[in-house]
Design a protein around this ligand. Structure first.
Ligand SMILES: Cc1cc2nc3c(=O)[nH]c(=O)nc-3n(C[C@H](O)[C@H](O)[C@H](O)COP(=O)(O)OP(=O)(O)OC[C@H]3O[C@@H](n4cnc5c(N)ncnc54)[C@H](O)[C@@H]3O)c2cc1C
Length: 286
């Protein structure tokens, strides 16, 4: 289908983009790589009056080492995340999961910020950002800036805490220390498809045990969620497959996964338990 009519601007700077978005009012929308928004426009599920194109803004792209964290520009593409040496060294799970997003063409155009701002619980990177304890940095009308914890950012299906007029400029991601292992497990029907369920697991290893774990779940509810019960069960567990599988048994506790052509809620709960066991074992190095 052909999208409904809209106006289009491509500002040269972030300040201009913030201004254009404010001038456009509630019916203005940011477009970055267009990999999620364009399909919505073509299906006429979104009707913005104005698109503010932030694709290619250099201020939004790239990775900065900020000491104990990385600040990753919202416009950084999935391809850049996969290949950036600093991301690979300090937040390897982000590079790993970005490499599982869609296909090479989408990974070249699609952006980290776009994936998060889209707020799709089936997206791979929101659950990873949640497990990592990332913080979103948003700039609003007049240039005001605020930070939003990932745990507060995903509000509902395709809905985030970003307000009209706000642009996500970057994401602060704490560095993982050398004692942390990680794994993103994605279960999909065909290669390069969306996750039926995904699990992002981080495990801090200590003396044959997992001292601490952080687990984010993809497509297990209307927003990406943490598997808190499984995290608690993993803390202090022996780093063995049997012990980690036992801890993973609670991975689906309290979840309300969707039902669709790819699977019923019970099937997704089963997948969440199995994938969490696998992801924890890989993260713990067993
Ligand atoms: C064929 C195909 C397969 C796909 N498979 C997967 C997959 O397996 N896993 C996966 O996770 N995703 C998948 N996707 C989705 C896609 O990769 C991401 O959602 C996409 O990369 C989003 O980034 P974008 O820059 O293209 O965002 P856009 O499409 O430009 O924007 C998406 C939304 O975010 C908003 N937005 C974008 N940037 C900003 C910003 N800086 N500030 C505020 N709001 C912003 C837009 O207004 C819009 O609402 C797939 C997409 C396609 C087309």
């Amino acid at each position: 289908m052909i999208p409904a009519r809209f106006d289009y601007v491509k500002p040269a700077t972030l300040d201009e983009a913030v201004g254009a978005l404010a001038d456009g009012g509630e019916d203005a929308k940011v477009i970055a790589g267009g990999q999620s928004l364009l399909p919505l426009l073509r299906l006429r599920l979104a009707y913005p009056d104005l698109l503010v194109d932030v694709g290619g803004l250099v201020e939004l792209s790239g990775v900065t080492d900020a000491g104990d964290s990385l600040v990753i520009g919202a416009g950084t593409s999935h391809y850049q995340l996969v290949h950036d040496p600093v991301v690979r060294e300090h937040c390897g799970i982000l590079a790993e999961a970005a490499g599982m997003v869609a296909d090479p063409a989408v990974r070249h155009r699609g952006t980290f910020g776009g994936s998060l701002a889209h707020g799709d619980p089936a997206g791979d990177l929101p659950a990873v950002a949640l497990a990592l304890g990332a913080t979103m940095i948003a700039r609003g009308p007049g240039g005001s800036e605020r930070e939003i914890a990932a745990s507060d950012f995903f509000v509902d299906y395709l809905t985030t805490a970003l307000q009209p007029g706000e642009i996500l400029t970057g994401v602060r991601v704490p560095k993982l220390g050398r004692d942390w292992g990680y794994r993103y497990e994605k279960f999909h029907r065909t290669a390069q498809a969306w996750a039926i369920v995904g699990v992002a697991a981080l495990a801090r290893r200590s003396d044959g045990h997992v001292a601490e774990a952080r687990i984010g779940l993809t497509n297990m509810g209307s927003v990406p969620i943490r598997a808190h019960a499984a995290e608690a069960a993993t803390a202090g567990a022996e780093a063995t497959r049997a012990a980690l599988n036992a801890a993973a048994a609670s991975a689906a506790d309290g979840t309300e996964p969707p039902a669709d052509l790819h699977g019923a809620p019970d099937y997704r709960r089963h997948l969440a338990r199995v994938l969490t066991g696998r992801a924890l074992a890989a993260a713990a190095g067993v």
